[in-house]
Design a protein around this ligand. Structure first.
Ligand code: ATP
Length: 350
């Protein structure tokens, strides 16, 4: 069991700064995702924690002990990386048993742990096979099972589900969460998939351009994004950003008025598409609908609000035609207000 402290980690590759001072504490038994677009520095950070890459400056502490300078094997962690390395000359059983053999576990424990991990990842039927007789997805599950079999205090995972088909991904996501919670494993999980991060994580660290832009529970980062980047990266459809005029500290839309913290004459409204309610036009914000798409569980409207691109979601039972203007009532408690200059959101009123 261990907590992890990432303390002002910087990493440069030549003149390029991949990590620009990252700090984050992961509590004992917590599941934290590093979520961000390709190239933002997630994998580099994970490799530095693992000891596969050296930081330019900063400290990593696992269970209070600085691990900077320690080789990966002495850091008390297990890893599952995207390019899941399974040993081709070993059966699936021996692959999963690998870490336990290294620990010189007795045969009874090896068998018990391998069976437990194999059951979890649905690879029991393949235990006697060699990896070249498995699909990519099956091999990936072997790699995850191998990491879990040793019941590590800290588990680092880099897009471990990326080679699985959508249904298996969903199933594994649920199972991973359960097993890691039960084992009390401290987990850092790298992904660019916001759905995966939302579903799995106790907290999400949103990484952007070598920095952590926000750390919070999935609900916090979704409902109260700290920046425009976070609001647009998390959520499908992404948050809408609509620049609006401010008069005497108030924004008026139809019959609705909102007190806002803006200093200047404009503010950006961050609007989650599903927080609106249909009303008559002119009562709230009106959307000029370009396309209305029935999505099954809901109706997606794409168009413009105050001449700015917008997407909102209405219940599937609503009927809207392409080209129609639809009135939307806003829920004051679900709105985010952001500075037009910095893209940073104003704190939520207590
Ligand atoms: N060994 C290296 N030499 C030079 N540049 C590197 C090296 N490793 C990574 N980078 C650069 O550092 C940046 C961060 O890379 P990193 O792999 O951490 O991103 P990522 O967020 O994990 O992206 P992805 O999801 O695509 O893996 C990228 O711009 C990448 O090109």
């Amino acid at each position: 069991m261990a907590n992890i402290v990432i303390d002002n980690i910087k990493k440069s590759f030549g003149a390029f700064q991949a990590l620009k001072g990252v700090s984050l504490t992961i509590n004992d038994g917590e599941f934290v995702s590093l979520l961000g677009p390709s190239g933002c520095g997630k994998t580099t950070l994970l490799r530095i924690i693992a000891g596969l890459e050296t930081a330019t400056s900063g400290d990593i502490r696992i269970g209070e002990r600085s691990v900077i300078g320690l080789p990966p094997k002495d850091r008390g962690l297990a890893m599952v990386f995207q390019n899941y390395a399974v040993f081709p000359h070993m059966t699936v059983f021996e692959n999963v048993a690998f870490g336990l053999r290294m620990q010189k576990a007795d045969e009874a424990r090896v068998k018990k742990q391998v069976e437990k991990a194999a059951g979890l990842l649905h690879i029991e039927p393949y235990l006697d096979r060699y990896p070249n007789k498995l699909s990519g997805g099956q091999r990936q599950r072997v790699a995850v099972a191998r990491a879990l079999a040793v019941e590590p205090g800290v588990l680092l995972m880099d897009e471990p589900l990326s080679n699985l088909d959508a249904l298996l991904r969903l199933e594994m996501r649920t199972e991973l969460k359960t097993v890691l919670q039960e084992a009390g494993t401290t987990t850092i999980y790298v992904t660019h998939d916001q759905t995966e991060a939302m579903g799995l994580s106790d907290r999400i660290a949103v990484v952007h351009d070598g920095r952590i832009e926000q750390v919070g529970t999935p609900v916090e980062v979704y409902n109260h994004p700290a920046t425009r980047f976070v609001g647009s990266f998390i959520g499908n459809p992404p948050m809408n950003f609509i620049t609006m005029p401010v008069n005497n500290g108030q924004v008026a839309v139809g019959a609705q008025t909102f007190a806002v913290p803006a200093k200047g004459s404009e503010i950006v409204l961050g609007l989650r598409g599903e927080t609106v309610e249909r009303t008559s036009t002119g009562q709230g914000l009106d959307i000029q609908v370009r396309v209305a798409e029935p999505m099954g569980p809901h109706l997606l409207l794409t168009g413009s609000i105050l001449g700015q691109p917008a997407r909102v979601i209405l219940p599937a039972t609503e009927a809207v035609k392409n080209g129609e203007i639809v009135g939307l009532k806003l829920d004051a408690s679900r709105l985010t207000w952001l500075s037009p200059e910095s893209g940073v959101s104003y704190p939520v009123a207590a």
